[in-house]
Design a protein around this ligand. Structure first.
Ligand SMILES: Cc1ncc(COP(=O)(O)O)c(C=O)c1O
Length: 465
């Protein structure tokens, strides 16, 4: 049958009730949380779009595999299945399990980088940047210029600026660049994909200078599917074949299995280099665990082994990419400014364009997040001036380059009617956008302030500036 409707490619066997709250309750909860949605207990959230990380729904096969989990300290067959599943997809010689992605990053940078080194990436995710800087290296972002312009359409907005990479290597010298990275899809840049052509061009530049290339592979399956849909020559290939080709053009990868591993926890580090792998395993033993479990339970290794394969199923990816685009396209059609085109795992609303009367120092992204919660119990997250801005010694706010609001879609969790509800709530807030006030800080921590900051609305009187 040639039906056009893209359905959720699963049926529901176990349900998790979600609780409706009244607007009055939500108003009180918001005030108690200082208008910071991180501080609202999740039982008071109706639709939670805070993150797609670790929030996946697992399949019957994953739950069944968990029962097979062998919890032996050393040499567990669960590790063998985990390694085989990863090697079949990614093809790397060494597979090092970690409790999540950032542990793989910490080990990678500790082994490969030293003070004064420079690590280019299309865009470093915040934990990647932090781990790179922790060993004294400089994390340099090299997105293509289109990535910084939310309304501009580009099929591969996650690409690295290859001329920028050449220039950087020319400026600092290849000896100062122990590795380069490509984040697929580019999370910080809006979940935008990287083309195969870009992967190959970056690899060629790196090879010419003797620099290894690592892939931050969190959303590798979504990236592979975008290549299938958008890049010439790939429409007949399977996502698995495309993923394999991507990984063949790199020397290793870091992975958070909490994304395209369709698991709730876990990660790994891969490399083809025997000597690096040995040093990495030694560090692993120090802080994560023995190399056949690396901080994970045997049952987690099993869930990931199965989840990685399910994440490459074409009907799943078709539904996944279509359902994220469904949300983006429905709100954009009514004029809501979003980062275009819709990404793989999230929709980013341009909060500065949504609330042009709220200046960055009054946190338009946080104000919008609070309104979506108040209107319909939806949790989203600001990626803007609260997260990345700073206050100087005189107390003035520095704005982040953009004020975005991210709506991240957990995998296999919400149905189309949930997303229709989200669309309705966003449009209700859009219609009354002129009444929305900015916020001011009442408390901020010295670092990573967005997690614990407390804010209150600007007064009713006087200009909202
Ligand atoms: C692109 C990217 N890299 C790395 C990480 C870190 O992974 P984890 O949260 O498992 O430590 C994330 C998590 O969101 C991510 O999106």
């Amino acid at each position: 049958m040639g039906a056009k409707t893209i359905i959720e490619p699963f049926r529901i066997k176990s349900v998790e009730p979600i609780r409706q709250t009244t607007r009055e309750e939500r108003q009180k909860l918001l005030e108690a949380a200082g208008y910071n949605l991180f501080l609202i207990p999740s039982e008071h959230i109706l639709i939670d779009l805070l993150t797609d990380s670790g929030t996946n729904a697992m399949s019957t096969e994953q739950w069944a595999a968990m029962m097979r989990g062998d919890e032996s300290y050393a040499g567990s067959p669960s590790f063998t299945r985990f390694r085989e599943s990863i090697q079949a997809i990614m093809g790397y010689k060494h597979v090092i399990p970690t409790h999540q992605g950032r542990a793989a990053e910490r080990i990678l940078f500790e082994v490969m980088c030293k003070k004064g080194d420079v690590v280019p990436n299309n865009t470093h995710f915040d934990t990647t940047r932090a781990n790179c800087e922790f060993v004294g290296a400089e994390a340099v972002d090299l997105p293509i210029p289109e990535a910084l312009r939310p309304s501009v359409q580009h099929p591969f907005k996650g690409n690295m600026d290859t001329a920028g990479l050449e220039a950087l290597i020319g400026r600092v010298g290849a000896k100062q660049v122990p590795l380069a990275m490509l984040t697929v899809t580019n999370n910080s840049g809006g979940g935008q994909p990287v083309s195969m052509r870009n992967v190959k061009e970056v690899k060629q530049i790196c090879s010419r200078h003797g620099i290894p290339l690592y892939i931050d592979a969190c959303r590798f399956a979504e990236n592979a599917y975008f290549i299938k849909l958008r890049e010439a020559g790939y429409s007949k290939k399977t996502p698995r074949e495309i993923a394999r080709e991507m990984f063949q053009n790199a020397d290793g990868c870091t992975m958070s299995a909490k994304k395209d591993g369709l698991a709730n926890i876990g990660g790994f580090l891969c490399t083809n280099d025997d000597s690096l792998a040995q040093q990495e395993e030694n560090l692993l033993i120090l802080t994560e665990g023995f190399p056949t479990y690396g901080g994970l339970a045997g049952r987690d290794l099993e869930a990931i082994a199965v989840g990685l394969n399910e994440g490459l199923h074409e009907d799943y990816l078709n539904y996944r990419i279509a359902s994220t685009a469904y949300l983006g396209n429905h709100i954009a059609a009514e004029g809501v400014p979003i980062v275009q085109p819709p990404g793989g795992h999230a929709i980013y609303i341009d909060a500065r364009a949504f609330l042009p009367h709220v200046p960055p120092r009054h946190f338009p992204g946080v104000a919008l997040a609070a309104e979506l919660y108040l209107e319909g119990g939806i949790r989203s997250v600001e990626i803007g001036t609260l997260m990345f801005g700073k206050r100087d010694e005189k107390g003035s706010e520095w704005a982040a380059p953009m004020d975005l609001l991210r709506l991240a879609i957990p995998r296999r969790v919400y149905t189309q009617s949930h997303i229709d509800y989200v669309v309705e709530v966003i449009l209700a807030v859009w219609r009354r956008r002129n009444e929305i006030r900015g916020l001011k800080l009442t408390y901020q921590a010295p670092f990573l302030r967005h997690f614990t900051a407390r804010l209150k609305p600007m007064g009713n009187t006087g200009p909202n500036v």
